[in-house]
Design a protein around this ligand. Sequence first.
Ligand SMILES: Nc1ncnc2c1ncn2[C@@H]1O[C@H](COP(=O)(O)OP(=O)(O)O)[C@@H](O)[C@H]1O
Ligand SMILES: [Mg+2]
Length: 244
Amino acid sequence: MGKVTVITSGKGGTGKSTFTAGCGAALVRRGSRVLIIDCDAGMRGIDLMLGVSGELVFDIADIVNGNCPPASAIYPCKTVPELFVLPAPQNVRDEVSPYIMKQLVTVLKKYYDHILIDCPAGIGIGMESASNAADRAILVANTEPLTIRGCDKVRQKLRELHIPEIRLVINRFHERSFRKLGTFSDLDAVIDKAGARLLGIVPEDPSAAACAQKGLPIEGKHKAVYAFDRIAARLDGVEVPLEE
Ligand SMILES: Nc1ncnc2c1ncn2[C@@H]1O[C@H](COP(=O)(O)OP(=O)(O)O)[C@@H](O)[C@H]1O
Ligand SMILES: [Mg+2]
């Protein structure tokens, strides 16, 4: 039975989708079969990031509405075998309800080692649908006060949904800019304010953005890939010391 992880954030643009794609590929490198479900209805992006957008015919709403069997709406990522994408609907009005989403994910998790769910920003119904079936949640934040403040509301909502485990990923970390900004005394202050246990730190890495724009999952000797690999190991329960 696969483990279901929802990737959330209060504020948009913290790097949820980039993280989901990178972490999915890292879990595959560890030998897992991974499904990424894009729940960002109307703003879907995982298909573009993983280079499957040209092939899309069906999406998650088509499964729910009985237009196709689940397998027809799940697309293999060509460059990463064992990584699969279930796209979000193009229109927000086709958003899947939390109840149906839970039923669907409960069936799908029999066929994968990991399901990663890319959540829309905020705490609306889309976030609820994305989170309802999750065994755990990852909050993706940057070190700006506004994104950290957003964590509060999301944590509260995740608790209401009875998600037992909530972890924090600090994305786009850049030491020099962080110190220069000086809003927080150190990273511990950021983690305290976010209110969730740290799962890992992903550095600011231009190759993460460049790969996503080309529709390629970020791989190779990049700082972000190193971070994704370590986080993926932790998600599999391996004890990896946190970076200095
Ligand atoms: N670690 C990173 N280093 C550099 N750029 C990043 C990183 N993570 C995300 N980005 C960039 O940040 C922007 C927002 O990322 P995205 O994954 O679309 O965020 P979200 O899904 O939370 O809205 C994109 O331009 C993306 O390329
Ligand atoms: Mg996104």
